[in-house]
Design a protein around this ligand. Structure first.
Ligand SMILES: Cc1cc2nc3c(=O)[nH]c(=O)nc-3n(C[C@H](O)[C@H](O)[C@H](O)COP(=O)(O)OP(=O)(O)OC[C@H]3O[C@@H](n4cnc5c(N)ncnc54)[C@H](O)[C@@H]3O)c2cc1C
Length: 286
């Protein structure tokens, strides 16, 4: 398939990109093109022009400031995977990035593009939920910081307005006594998660003091497994606790069904991989 014809612009500043978006409501942002270009080729999206963010240098940086790591939206999956700062201070995101697609996809695809696309099986959203991450969006009217669970509304649907650009993803640096893990079973052709579970567990004197669990691939959007977190907090850090808590990993979620997994099997995988992720994260917190 060949995309319909479109104009192309490559602004060098955020202000210029925002101007193009407010002047042309049919324009679409181009980041790594790993999701947008296939959709345009299928003519499911027919933008009047694509606005390539690749030349805006400020969107490519990863920096730490006052306990928060700011990841520029144009940071590629490969840059996340190999960032020394993230590997030391936010290894959960590194684990999620390293399993995305293949090396070509990781070289081109960006964290901002992945979050904006909101694929229900994407890897980052589970990790970002477990990290209590926030998304910084900017438009000509100003800027907003949106918690990730409010930003992702449903499959392929976010809180982003057409004239807004994601500029940064904010994640906290890990404090001591907290361990993280990302456990996933993937669809081998694409690498997308059939189920992916990100866990962030804090321990204090042998008990679970803090739990965050984000799950992707199971429902129409990645979600926080609040029932699992509640069942973990205050309990002793041992296998029985993890097994019991994991049973409610898909509680209240309408599990997806496709040729890779029935809804019952997906819900079952959610319990298995939640248990594994919690156990691995708790092991690292020790
Ligand atoms: C073969 C293949 C395998 C893949 N496997 C996986 C996988 O295993 N796991 C996984 O998570 N993903 C996977 N992906 C998707 C990949 O991670 C993409 O990189 C990601 O979904 C989109 O990022 P992008 O930078 O390419 O965005 P683009 O395709 O350029 O854009 C996607 C959408 O986001 C919008 N957008 C992009 N950047 C911004 C911004 N800064 N502000 C506002 N809107 C923006 C665009 O307008 C567009 O609507 C795969 C893709 C392919 C092609």
């Amino acid at each position: 398939m060949i995309a319909a014809s479109f104009d192309y612009s490559a602004p060098e500043t955020l202000a210029d990109a925002l101007r193009v978006l407010s002047d042309d409501p049919e324009a679409k942002i181009l980041a790594g093109g790993q999701s947008l270009i296939p959709i345009m080729k299928l003519r499911l999206s027919i933008p009047s022009q694509v606005v390539d963010l690749g030349g805006i240098i400020d969107l490519h940086a990863i920096a730490e400031e006052e306990g928060i790591i700011r990841i520029g939206s144009m940071t590629t999956h490969e840059q996340v995977e190999h960032s020394e700062l993230l590997s030391e201070k936010c290894p959960l995101l590194v684990a999620a990035a390293s399993g995305i697609g293949d090396v070509q996809v990781r070289n081109r695809g960006t964290i901002g593009g992945s979050v904006a696309h909101a694929d229900p099986a994407a890897d980052y959203p589970a990790a970002l939920q477990a990290l209590d991450a926030k998304v910084k969006v900017v438009s000509s009217a100003g800027e907003k910081i949106i918690p990730i669970d409010e930003f992702i509304v449903d499959a392929l649907t976010t809180a982003l307005e057409p004239d807004e650009i994601i500029t940064e993803i904010h994640v906290p640096t890990e404090s001591t006594g907290i361990g993280t893990a990302y456990e996933t079973i993937v669809q081998p052709a694409s690498g997308y998660a059939i189920v992916g579970v990100a866990a962030r567990i804090g321990l204090s004197e042998g008990n679970i003091s803090f739990a965050r669990v984000g799950i992707t691939g199971v429902g129409s959007k990645a979600y926080r497994a609040l029932a699992v977190e509640k069942a973990l907090e205050g309990q002793p850090a041992k296998d029985d606790t993890y097994g019991i808590a994991s049973r409610v990993a898909a509680e209240g979620v309408e599990a997806l069904e496709d040729l890779h997994a029935s809804s019952e099997y997906r819900a079952h995988l959610a319990t298995v991989f939640t248990c594994r992720a919690i156990a691995a994260a708790a092991g690292r917190a020790q």
